[in-house]
Ligand binder design. Structure first.
Ligand SMILES: NC(=O)c1ccc[n+]([C@@H]2O[C@H](COP(=O)([O-])OP(=O)(O)OC[C@H]3O[C@@H](n4cnc5c(N)ncnc54)[C@H](OP(=O)(O)O)[C@@H]3O)[C@@H](O)[C@H]2O)c1
Length: 281
């Protein structure tokens, strides 16, 4: 048996086409949606993601500003820049790329960004409002997981979803989206006892850790839906996920890496900025 592919390139391309049409056909006098990307330091993974995002965003006709800082950028300069972007009428969404250098990681930095321009849904105001059920920007990776499932016609309500990984940006955000979609959610992490036993109970297993081969075939219930969120450099430099390819012989569905969650994450970030521009952020 070989799992069906939860591929994300098709739905991502369809969403980009819709956004391209939205931008081209926007009402006269309304601004071009503007994205600002802020990054500091020289993380290779972040740079690759940024290049992909920039290329795709420009290809749909969006406006772009990139603030490219050295890793030792002064905190005051970063704060002032976010303050300016928040007031810039040509900017509707701001992506503050992770990882940030340690001296910028203070939650204080967020005080300078308008929550309405938080393209990723990671502003504490948006996190809090989402927790209370408000309609606010959602972390794009979490949204990508639920879109991928919905696109492929996979029912979420009433299913037991097991999420491996609990970072605020990824694991916890995914767990929250699945809970909102009426799954019963178990969250696992590095201190979980009997990870394999819990994973085997999952109807929907989502792995967001960053350890190639962590999820093996013996950890998957036959026929389960397996979503691999992780992106790790494999032994030959190629991109791989957490899930051992042999899982395809047990699972009913499996998302590829690359080509699964990743492309939809980028497309949904672009969607958030186009939507923010339409809303008048
Ligand atoms: N496809 C996309 O769009 C996308 C977007 C963002 C990130 N990612 C990828 O997703 C992965 C996770 O990213 P992240 O930012 O959440 O990473 P992170 O902050 O390092 O979090 C990793 C999580 O995995 C848990 N963990 C570590 N070892 C474990 C083990 N042996 N068993 C069970 N859980 C374990 C950690 O548990 P503790 O909390 O106990 O330490 C932590 O909660 C990375 O590969 C990243 O590149 C993909």
């Amino acid at each position: 048996v070989s799992a069906r592919s939860l591929e994300g390139k098709g739905p991502a391309a369809a969403l980009r086409d819709t956004l391209r049409r939205d931008i081209a056909n926007r009402p006269p006098g309304t601004p071009t949606p503007g994205l600002a990307i802020v990054h500091a330091g020289d993380d290779a993974g972040a740079a690759a993601y940024r290049r992909q995002l920039e290329r795709q965003w420009l290809s749909i006709g969006g406006g772009l500003r990139v603030l490219n800082w050295p890793g030792d950028v002064p905190l005051a300069l970063a704060e002032a820049a976010l303050h300016d972007l928040s007031r810039d009428p040509a900017v509707h969404g701001v992506l503050v790329q992770q990882p940030l250098p340690p001296h910028l990681q203070a939650a204080e930095l967020w005080r300078y960004l308008d929550p309405a321009k938080d393209a990723e849904g990671m502003h504490p105001v948006n996190l809090g409002r989402r927790w209370l059920g408000a309609h606010v920007p959602v972390p794009c990776t979490a949204l990508a997981v639920s879109h991928l499932l919905v696109h492929h016609g996979i029912a979420i309500a009433g299913q037991h979803a097991v999420v491996v990984g609990r970072s605020s940006e990824v694991g916890k955000a995914i767990a929250h989206e699945l809970l909102k979609a009426d799954a019963t959610v178990t969250v696992c992490h590095s201190r979980t006892a009997d990870l394999a036993g819990l994973c085997r109970q999952a109807d929907i297993l989502v792995s967001a850790v960053g350890q190639a081969g962590l999820i093996g075939p013996a950890m998957v219930k036959p026929g389960a839906v397996v979503v691999d969120v992780a992106t790790v450099a494999g032994p030959d430099g190629q991109l791989v996920g957490d899930v051992d390819p042999a899982v395809a012989s047990v699972a009913g569905w499996l998302s590829p890496v690359p080509g699964g969650v990743g492309p939809l994450t980028v497309a949904l970030l672009m969607n958030a900025v186009v939507y923010a521009a339409r809303r008048g952020a």
